[in-house]
Design a protein around this ligand. Structure first.
Ligand SMILES: [Zn+2]
Length: 380
């Protein structure tokens, strides 16, 4: 696939100091001359870039302002940062780290401060703090640069082709701030077979047990539950909310554990088809979710929604805190006072959440997978 920067690690199993030196020499021979001038002396070079000169950092960070929030599976906000924010963060770096992260520089092999770090902990982006790699996936590659066989979350490390210096490589950048990290090659160890080759200057290490700063922590997500008829369409629309990490279809407020769809459709279990919403309150408020919910469905229909009839299609809000309960009831009162639905009474039930039972896999993301239409209106 891609031409490795250094020779295949597999072809040189015994990496003594002498072999490592040989490898370094080979790697050096393949490195762009510009990156190597005076490099083996391990002295930080003076960057020619000033902290305010930030033209070429990662493309991901450039067009950020109009983007919807993006979350990784591990619960981090990885929305590309606006260029101005990246500039501000990068201005705190030392000249060498600035050159490497903002100008796609490379530090000399065997010189980075994290090469021989064997402590347990997490490696975060030196610019924005996003966790990128873990000590669990670090290995000794002999190349002279910190090496990992996988990132902590694939969504945290962006890849792009790099054809500079006449080589065919894959550059890796921080997905959130666009900081240049290094390259990824296909000569790594199992289980991935990949080798993420890092610059120490692009990383900051936090030893296990050290408190992480807020920018290195996952979002403090909250949970909300909405029942608005058949969960297919409700789940589809809520999953599109800006600031929603996930929306899952399931069953709630009944009296049978582990209910199946057939159980619920038999009308004997008391469950309502419900969507569990995990959201980032820093990006979307509970109030905004309530507003969307009352646009999406008709809260004046008792035990039905459109063509679907039965108590599993009842309109309900299952609250996870006294604050949510208060806010939901106040919003229903507000809509009632404003006669939002004319003379028709809002029958939505607001009550504390019981156990959420996820629905069968074939119900998840049903609209996205099957393209079916449904009664639910787009509230966004
Ligand atoms: Zn970053």
């Amino acid at each position: 696939m891609k031409t490795p920067l250094a020779p295949s690690a597999r072809s040189l199993p015994a990496r003594t100091g002498r072999r490592a030196t040989l490898l370094a020499a080979l790697a050096a021979a393949l490195l762009p001359a510009a990156a190597l001038l005076g490099s083996l002396a391990c002295q930080p070079r003076q960057s020619q870039a000033s902290p305010t000169d930030g033209a070429s950092a990662g493309g991901a960070a450039g067009k950020a302002s109009a983007m919807r929030p993006v979350y990784s599976k591990s619960g981090y906000d990885v929305t590309p940062l606006p260029r101005a924010t990246v500039e501000k963060l990068a201005s705190r770096l030392d000249p060498e780290a600035y050159r490497i992260t903002q100008k796609a520089g490379t530090e000399p092999p065997f010189c980075g401060t994290l090469l021989d770090n064997k402590k347990d902990g997490v490696y975060v982006c030196a610019v924005c703090g996003l966790p990128l790699f873990s000590s669990r996936h670090k290995f000794h590659s002999g190349t002279g640069w910190p090496s990992f066989y996988e990132p902590v979350d694939p969504a945290h490390v962006a890849r792009k082709p790099d054809h500079s210096y006449g080589m065919d490589r894959v550059e890796i950048d921080c997905a959130r701030c666009g900081a240049h990290l290094g390259h990824v090659f296909d000569d790594g160890p199992p289980p991935t077979g990949e080798r993420f080759c890092l610059n120490s200057a692009s990383l900051k290490f936090y030893e296990k047990g050290t408190p992480l700063p807020p920018e290195s922590q996952p979002v403090k997500a909250e949970i909300a539950y909405f029942a608005g008829g058949c969960f297919w369409g409700v789940q589809h629309q809520l999953s599109r909310g800006p600031g929603v990490l996930s929306a899952v279809s399931g069953y709630m407020q009944g009296h049978l554990d582990h209910p199946t769809y057939e159980d619920v459709c038999s009308h004997g279990t008391g469950h309502a088809e419900t969507v569990k919403v995990v959201f980032d309150p820093a990006r979307i408020s509970y109030r905004r979710l309530l507003e969307a919910f009352f646009v999406m469905h008709d809260p004046t229909q008792l035990d039905r929604q459109g063509p679907d009839v039965g108590d599993q299609y009842r309109s309900g809000i299952w609250t996870t805190s006294p604050e949510q309960e208060r806010e939901a009831k106040a919003y229903v009162a507000e809509l009632t006072a404003a006669k939002r639905f004319g003379d028709r009474k809002i029958v939505t039930v607001v009550e504390p959440a019981k156990t959420f039972w996820p629905a069968e896999e074939y119900h998840q993301d049903y609209i996205a997978k099957n393209g079916a239409s449904c009664h639910v209106k787009d509230p966004w």
